[in-house]
Design a protein around this ligand. Structure first.
Ligand code: SAM
Length: 325
């Protein structure tokens, strides 16, 4: 092995070590989020692990190890003089403020929800087919909502729609808007609230997401002009109905993305907005894309459905060609 190869090997081993630690950190951070441990520390001030155990009713020995790992990761602070753990302002924003675009705990939930599917995914590698979205369980829709809702709340109404003045004025007057792959309404709801004269339809294939979206729209008193339909994007049949069709972070997840884009084109008389497709990231561009590794890994969840429907499979042995461009 040359000196350059030895350096490369050491660097790769170091990187694997970092990824290994990050994986375990994410798993423990997921527990901290789910069990409300971060929140307990934030709400009760600096605490020792014994005080934290008393507050939360959780096991002190486990909490001590958990808190040490979270401290090593920089997710919480530790003061050795009184052995207390605390959250600073940055940690509170990232770990607890669900309405900050910098809030990240949905990512812990998303990662763990995906990792739970390793067994069926391994089988899919062997035999083709895929892992149905429904098998990811209720946490997948929740994690996606938590990851993206604050960004949509912050940017879609105030920045993205005004960037297209024609669309903005149509929505202010009396527009018709669709969102495909709408999830549980994390984007459509704030847009609907901002344009009270317009009507909105969200489309998604996931029944749990649609049920959640309907529930939220009823709770917000928006059900008379915001509806959610369990319809695949490619099956929308409303020529020229919409002034704006939005598709955020979903075309790459679809079984038939070209069919979906054709349906969107037919349905819109105004504009179509598609944001963040994982298919835009390629391994060859990894170095130049800070989010490249994340996007490539998150293609994992795009495997869920894109490989399950029969037309996607190849003629034999369940193998097929990925339909994304
Ligand atoms: C990564 S999530 C994004 C959800 C939401 N747009 C967001 O950005 O928060 C992708 C969504 O696309 C939906 N989806 C997948 N295939 C679809 C299709 N053919 N038609 C409509 N929705 C689809 C999934 O059920 C899921 O809710």
């Amino acid at each position: 092995m040359s000196e350059a190869e030895r350096d490369q090997t050491r660097e790769l081993a170091r990187q694997v070590g970092v990824d290994f630690g990050a994986t375990l950190t994410v798993a423990l951070a997921y527990i901290g989020d789910r069990l409300g441990i971060f929140r307990a520390i934030a709400e009760n001030g600096a605490m020792t692990s014994a005080e934290l155990a008393h507050r939360t009713g959780l096991n002190e020995r486990y909490l001590r190890e958990w808190a040490s790992t979270m401290t090593a990761a920089g997710y919480i602070d530790y003061n050795p003089s009184d052995r207390k753990f605390a959250l600073n302002q940055a940690q509170r924003t990232v770990l607890l403020d669900e309405w900050s675009p910098l809030h990240m705990t949905g990512a812990f939930q998303y990662a763990i929800t995906c990792i739970r599917q390793l067994s069926p995914l391994t089988e899919a590698f062997r035999h083709g087919g895929g892992v149905p979205f429904a098998d990811f369980g209720p946490e997948i829709a929740e994690s996606i909502r938590r990851m993206f809702q604050a960004g949509y709340e912050a940017w879609v109404v105030s920045l993205w729609i005004p960037a297209v003045p024609d669309v903005h004025s149509r929505l202010v007057a009396r527009g018709e808007v669709a969102e495909v792959g709408c999830g549980s309404g994390q984007c459509l709801m704030p847009v609907a609230k901002a344009f009270p004269n317009s009507r909105f339809t969200g489309y998604d294939v996931d029944p749990r997401s649609i049920a959640l979206a309907r529930q939220r729209s009823a709770q917000e008193g928006l059900a008379d002009r915001v509806s959610f339909e369990q319809v695949p994007a490619e099956d929308i049949v409303d020529p020229d109905r919409f002034d704006l069709v939005m598709a955020f972070n979903c075309i790459h997840d679809m079984v038939n993305p070209r069919g979906a884009l054709r349906a969107i084109q037919r349905a819109q008389a105004g504009w179509c907005v598609d944001v963040v497709g994982g298919e835009r990231f390629r391994p060859s561009r990894r170095e130049s894309q800070p989010l490249g590794p994340f996007a490539l890994r998150s293609e994992y969840d795009a495997l869920y459905d894109g490989v399950t429907r029969s037309w996607w499979r190849g003629p034999r042995h369940g193998r097929g060609r990925r339909p994304c461009a």
